[in-house]
Design a protein around this ligand. Structure first.
Ligand SMILES: [Zn+2]
Length: 303
């Protein structure tokens, strides 16, 4: 059926705005519940790219069902979403976006209002940064690290956030560039509740970004003057890195013993010594790819 009664979420969000929004997302794994929830919220269009198939490990951690083993994930996801709300125009794409020609990318990403890069592949995440900068669209990256003890989200909004994804996670780029093989962000020890926790954060950020310029709703102007804090780290295990220099320990030291888990740190990516921004290969520290040494659509470096 087509969902029409959104009365219980009106006031929180502009349901017409959600209906007019096209979300383009990469990764149909841990984000299954996020897509389910966006479709229940009445998102007008959802395009999901993923070339994997459903296997038996996915039933444990994601929303897929046993009878869907062997199906392409985007097809199995589409089957489910159709049962939730036929009002969302869903498109599942099984091609790897890293191998697409620019006209294909234009067709898919050029039409999107917000991009989500929810994949363990760092190569895909960094290409996502180039796409977000190139098309000038808001974007969100999310994932876990250290046996899923900590989650990390980066979001970018053109002309609002001063740092791009590459600026925000520059140490990861440096580690990858020094490695001989692609580094994949581990999703080990990651239960379905880990995924749902991150999905909830990202879903609320989608609402907040969409309502950034739309007054009158609970998600309007969600972060006030703090939109420049676009690197979020969420501690999801009490014993996560309790070393002296651990960021959570430093930030929450005065309340240690009470604020010890499920807390989040929102970091502003500031110039450091040595400065990061001038060295950002994607945006040259401007948050705008077009200012980056005249490059318009650079090739990814080989891994
Ligand atoms: Zn940058």
């Amino acid at each position: 059926m087509i969902l029409t009664n959104f009365s219980r979420i009106e006031g929180a969000v502009d349901t017409q705005l959600l209906h007019d929004t096209h979300v383009v997302a990469v990764g149909a794994g841990g984000a299954y519940c996020l897509y389910d929830s966006l479709v229940r919220s009445g998102i007008g269009k959802l395009t999901v790219l993923d070339f994997d198939s459903v296997d038996d490990t996915n039933i444990v951690r994601q929303g897929y069902e046993s009878h869907q083993i062997g199906q392409k994930k985007v097809d199995a996801l589409g089957e489910h979403l159709k049962k939730v709300n036929e009002g969302t125009e869903y498109t599942g794409i099984t091609k790897n976006f890293l191998n697409m020609h620019q006209d294909e990318l234009d067709e898919i990403f050029g039409e999107g209002d917000i991009f989500l890069f929810l994949t363990d592949s760092f190569r895909a995440q960094r290409f996502g940064n180039i796409l977000a900068l190139h098309y000038g669209k808001p974007a969100i990256w999310g994932g876990f690290y250290e046996k899923s003890r900590c989650a990390e989200i980066v979001f970018t909004i053109p002309a609002v956030t001063p740092a791009c994804f590459r600026c925000a996670v520059s140490p990861r780029y440096a580690a990858q560039d020094a490695a001989e093989e692609e580094i994949t962000v581990s999703s080990g020890c990651n239960t379905i509740f880990h995924s749902q926790l991150l999905d909830s954060y990202i879903g609320m950020l989608v609402y907040a970004i969409l309502h950034n310029q739309v007054p009158g709703y609970e998600f309007s102007n969600w972060f006030g003057d703090y939109w420049d804090r676009n690197l979020i780290q969420i501690k999801v295990h009490p014993e996560y890195s309790n070393g002296e220099n651990n960021l959570f320990r430093r930030v929450f030291a005065p309340t240690e013993g009470r604020a010890f888990n499920f807390n989040a740190i929102w970091q502003k990516i500031e110039e450091e010594c040595p400065p990061k921004y001038p060295h950002c290969g994607d945006c040259a520290g401007t948050g705008n790819l077009l200012n980056s040494k005249g490059k318009q659509f650079p090739e990814l470096p080989p891994f």
